[in-house]
Ligand binder design. Structure first.
Ligand SMILES: O=c1ccn([C@@H]2O[C@H](COP(=O)(O)O)[C@@H](O)[C@H]2O)c(=O)[nH]1
Length: 274
């Protein structure tokens, strides 16, 4: 999906919500466990119930990879089930020497070889240009580079001063030399509200994928205040707060209600730009 199509989706759905399918067998409603592929059945019902309120789904591959072959099957089935008008994110956090990154890119972008072709993948930047470039060779696909993450440990390296900048600012600035804002996004945690001003200095036009609202307590208001640009430029992710809104028979309805609540807040903010 290109930037224009993504922005059109945001405009027409009045939402920049990305729902995270961090689907954990230990957390899904017990009655689903009797089914053949409980993870896929859960995802299917969550997607059906929430798709009108969001523009993107993010599949955190760790939750699938941890279950071996069965998990990979649930992953492929879920990718195939994603609505085609929603921007798909493989939250795989990859990156390695060039020829290995080529294989990772093929795993998530090349449908002929892996049966999946996500719109985007999250990539860790610290092995540098040759570890990121193989993902950028796929036309129309996006790299979402980790910049300033939402966890406590982000301070350990990302906030270190390098000359007059912080390391994450250097990462953003350098990466913007490798690709345009039609192919490159950055992850910035919602828990880092004040840092959006700095990020926007280095990445004035890039879309940002923002995890950390909901279960991690980040402020959607601050994210919008400091991070929103003319065509929105934000995909705000929430996973657990939406998909585990209820563990009962009403889990899909509860997820829809939660997603709609966030969408309504987003609709209010979007009035300022659309
Ligand atoms: O800095 C980061 C990068 C990625 N994530 C991922 O986003 C979701 C957040 O889930 P919640 O349940 O809404 O907290 C999850 O998949 C993380 O791995 C992040 O949180 N922070």
């Amino acid at each position: 999906m290109d930037r224009k199509a993504l922005v059109n989706q945001i405009r027409s759905k009045k939402s920049f919500l990305c729902i995270g399918l961090d689907t954990d067998l230990n957390k899904i409603p017990k009655h689903l466990l009797e089914l053949n592929d409980p993870v896929f059945e859960f995802n299917k019902r969550i997607i059906d119930a929430t798709k009108e309120f969001c523009v993107s789904y993010k599949i955190n591959t760790a939750f699938y990879e941890s279950r071996g072959v069965k998990g990979w099957e649930s992953l492929v089935k879920t990718w195939k089930y994603l609505p085609k008008d929603c921007f798909s994110i493989a939250d795989a956090k990859r990156g390695d020497i060039g020829n290995t990154s080529e294989m990772y890119a093929s795993a998530f972008f090349n449908e002929a070889s892996s049966q999946m072709s996500f719109d985007s993948i999250t990539v860790a930047p610290y092995m540098g240009e040759d570890s990121v470039k193989p993902f950028l060779k796929f036309d129309g696909k996006w790299v979402i580079l980790l910049a300033l993450t939402s966890n406590e440990g982000s301070k350990d390296f990302q906030n270190l001063k390098v000359g007059s900048d912080m390391l994450f600012e250097k990462v953003v600035c350098k990466a913007n030399e490798w690709a345009s804002d039609e192919q490159l996004m950055f992850v910035v945690g919602a828990t880092r509200g004040e840092a959006f001003l700095n990020i926007r200095k280095q990445a004035p036009t890039n879309f940002l994928l923002v995890p950390g609202v909901g279960a991690q307590g980040g402020s959607l208001e601050d994210v919008c205040k400091y991070g929103m640009i003319r065509d929105c430029g934000l995909l705000v992710n929430s996973s657990r707060a939406i998909i585990y809104a209820s563990s009962g028979l009403d889990f899909a309805e509860a997820a829809a209600a939660e997603a709609q609540k966030v969408q309504k807040q987003m609709e209010n903010v979007l009035q300022a730009i659309f």
